[in-house]
Design a protein around this ligand. Structure first.
Ligand code: MOS
Length: 767
């Protein structure tokens, strides 16, 4: 059947309009993935492709003295060994804010001065992966080893420098704390955590003259294309990145790491396509995870539970050479109406790869501090944890002093607590049990900012259906589906009439799929482009000599259910395909961006799509815009063994309008699962003697599996937020993890009477 033929369930055109954007559709890319027909970037196989295997430093700090590749070069199949010695010079690229180093600043992906274990010192290229792997073992590297800083608490760490922008607050927090009738103060810590996507990191690079193609799992094609162009000194337009599907990213595939330069470098040297996929251990060593954090939170309050002061002192890790701030105050300043607040954070340099973005950077560890602290205060005062949150409810943004665009956190409390049965909670710790299982109930609040960003999409209307194209990516969250829904809505068609092509940087540009901004930016761009294409159909209907509607006014025409019609103009009516034939066109197309809606000009487009500098923060304008949620959790703790099981989760979310509730719920549940991992399992274990991660594999870096996950009930309490985005949505993807770990820690305290302030909550901390 033609794509425009309307399935029976959509036969009524007015139902169709309601049934597309906002419908609970299953992912349209699902069948291709299930059948193995979806081709992931690292599965491409350009002709004459060879394999590269990285050799990483075996020491965390020091100097490479000598590399002997004699045995490697004699091994079967080996084509090349590249080190800092024989690597061609590259240029240093801009950072993700677009700050460009001075022309000619050199860059090498190979280290001579080493600052972390696994840092690339050489690459071995061979005809097969097995040959390259075997030969790489034969490389002899001599080092001069220096002292390494293993982590935040290492005595060898230099005093932390103040994190840029972290020293802030209002009122006189220290004085108000000193004068407060009730005070608590505790330290909370989170370990180094990893994104751990199933799909490995890496890329396949192929040159054609000075044109470079890279098949690489990526959350940001245009940003990465800029980096490659600057490294290799070629025009941006000469770089093509292909990433139609992602096997998980969670923030780890948002920008290039230095090792990404190696495949294109050796591909150029050899004149053959080169594939370099990291091994699983290398994904832990070479891709920055969430930095370890610690924070001290002091709360001052009245005996009735009104907050008077909040003082926070935090620290987080960064690498020796790069600065990443895992902002421990990201949630702290937003949650409660507190008249005096002071916060500051230090950056401690450790011998690790530069940390990076993991789902809800800053917000997740930040919420662990404030949401445990408020629970501790409630316990101190004999108050219910929900009651103390309502008493200190922030009616406006306490830091920006701006009204919330929407903040349905009260509604989330009510819906979540109601569905969970919170009112039946006995406040006394160790008051509930089931045999040898201690039962505890805890809660926690989550937040994530709305980041407004521009994007670009093309919509083409052809005789056989609608095409949507953009270089944005579907990282598994459902972009293909909601963009089909957005275009279908405009034409009054089912989503099956729409083909969506994403994940190729030759397509219209898009910014990073990160910071939970993609759905709002892209749905708006597609809707705008589709509307423009529909307008062009109407124009043709009015003005084209071949149009059967030529004598009618534009306002008597409709484009719906795949047909051009004139219900007010005598009832003439025909399919879009027949109409296009009548006017002698193959189709109409429109490319639109959402730059203007964000105060950006067309000349900003390159910076907008290749940097994160132009995204609008949540408080730009008259409102403060954030998504919100409340988690209610039940745990069961084995009294003898100290094992913790999460047995029930009910969470209520305010993410504004949902473009597809089924997919949003799936994101929320995924975030909650990741929060369960953060609370109970995930931690990078570092050997304090040599700064080596001891569990850099999926056997020892523990993450929740199906057996660890209970039934999770999620509830939407959002309403369309017209300030947050053109079509009323707020951010969805990252919010779910925020507030889960403290809800679990609070539940564990309620079950056992024991407070664990250092994640993860493992059994030895409970016994
Ligand atoms: Mo996200 S951590 O912005 O992919």
């Amino acid at each position: 059947m033609s794509a425009y033929q309307t399935p029976r369930k959509y036969a009524n055109a007015s139902d169709t309009a309601e049934a597309t954007l906002g419908a609970r559709l299953t992912r349209i890319d699902g069948p291709a993935k299930i059948r193995g027909a979806a081709r992931y970037p690292l599965e491409y196989r350009p002709e004459r492709m060879v394999h590269a295997v990285l050799v990483g430093s075996s020491i965390a700090s020091g100097r490479v003295l000598d590399i002997d590749a004699t045995a490697v070069e004699a091994a079967p199949g080996v084509l090349m060994v590249v080190t800092a010695e024989n690597a061609p010079p590259l240029s240093k690229a801009s950072d993700w804010l677009g700050n460009r180093p001075p022309e000619g600043t050199p860059f090498s992906p190979f280290a001579t001065q080493v600052t972390f274990i696994g840092q690339p010192v050489a690459v071995v290229v061979a005809e097969t992966f097995e040959q390259a792997t075997e030969a790489a073992r034969l490389l002899e590297v001599d080092y001069e080893s220096g002292d390494a800083v293993a982590g935040l608490d290492d005595a060898r760490a230099a005093p932390g420098a103040e994190a840029p922008g972290s020293n802030k607050g209002w009122g006189d927090a220290e004085a108000a704390l000193a004068a407060a009738p009730v005070r608590i103060e505790h330290e909370y810590g989170t370990p180094r955590e990893y994104q751990a996507p199933m799909e490995l990191h890496g890329g396949i690079a192929a040159w054609d003259g000075d044109r470079l193609t890279i098949w690489q799992p990526s959350q940001w094609l245009d940003g990465m294309a800029r980096t490659y162009a600057e490294w290799f000194g070629i025009p941006f337009e000469n770089v093509r990145i292909v990433s139609p599907y992602l096997g998980g990213g969670f923030g780890s595939k948002g920008f290039c790491y230095p090792h990404d330069a190696i495949a294109p470098m050796v591909a150029k040297m050899l004149g053959r396509p080169v594939k370099l996929a990291l091994t699983r251990p290398q994904t832990f060593e070479l891709v920055g995870g969430r930095a370890a954090t610690r924070q001290t939170i002091a709360l001052g309050a009245t005996h009735e539970g009104r907050l008077l002061s909040l003082v926070q002192r935090g620290a987080s890790e960064s690498s020796i050479e790069g600065t990443w701030v895992e902002a421990v105050a990201a949630a702290t300043t937003l949650y409660y109406d507190v008249p005096n607040l002071a916060t500051r954070q230090e950056i401690v340099r450790v011998n690790s790869v530069m940390p990076g973005a993991k789902r809800a950077p800053g917000k997740a560890p930040s919420a662990f501090g404030i949401e445990c602290a408020i629970d501790e205060l409630a316990h101190e005062l004999g108050m219910d944890p929900l009651e103390i949150r309502l008493l200190n409810y922030a009616e406006e943004d306490p830091e920006a002093r701006k009204p919330w665009s929407t903040r349905r956190l009260r509604e989330a409390f009510e819906a979540g607590a109601g569905a969970f049965g919170w009112s039946r909670r006995n406040p006394e710790p160790r008051s509930m049990r089931d045999g040898r299982q201690l039962i505890g109930w805890g809660m926690g609040v989550g937040t994530f900012p709305v980041i407004r960003a521009a994007s670009e999409a093309m919509v083409e209307v052809r005789a056989d259906g609608i095409e949507v194209r953009s270089s944005t990516v579907d990282m598994g969250q459902g972009a293909y589906t909601i963009l089909a829904q957005a275009a279908a809505e405009v034409f009054g068609l089912p989503e099956s009439a729409v083909t969506v092509t994403l994940g190729d940087s030759r397509l219209p540009r898009a910014g990073v799929t990160g910071g939970s901004r993609m759905a709002n930016a892209m749905v708006a761009a597609v809707h705008k482009a589709a509307t423009a294409a529909r307008d062009e159909l109407v124009e043709l209907a009015n003005g084209d000599p071949g149009s059967p509607f030529r004598d009618l006014q534009a306002n008597t025409l409709t484009v719906a259910a795949g047909r051009v019609g004139s219900p007010l103009g005598g009832g003439r009516d025909m399919s879009i395909g027949d109409f296009l034939a009548a006017v002698g066109r193959d189709g109409v197309e429109a490319t639109r961006d959402t730059l203007a809606e964000h105060g950006l000009k067309p000349e900003d487009a390159y910076a907008n799509y290749t940097t994160v500098a132009t995204g609008l923060p949540p408080t730009a304008g008259d409102y403060s815009m954030h998504s919100w949620c409340a988690h209610f959790v039940e745990v069961r703790v084995d009294e003898d063994f100290g094992t913790v099981r999460v047995s029930r989760v009910v969470s209520a979310f305010d993410c504004g309008r949902l473009y597809n509730p089924k997919l949003a719920e799936s994101q929320w549940k995924g975030g909650i699962m990741m929060g369960i991992g953060q609370a109970l399992l995930e931690q990078s274990i570092i050997d304090p003697r040599n700064a080596r991660m001891m569990n850099a594999n999926f056997g020892d870096y523990l993450m929740p599996t199906n057996a660890d996950i209970p039934d999770i009930e999620v509830i939407s309490v959002g309403v369309p937020d017209p300030h947050a985005s053109a079509l009323g949505g707020k951010g969805v993807g990252e919010l779910g993890i925020v507030g889960v770990a403290p809800a679990i820690a609070n539940a564990v305290f309620h079950a056992t009477g024991k407070r664990v302030r250092e994640l993860p909550i493992t059994l030895e901390k409970l016994i």
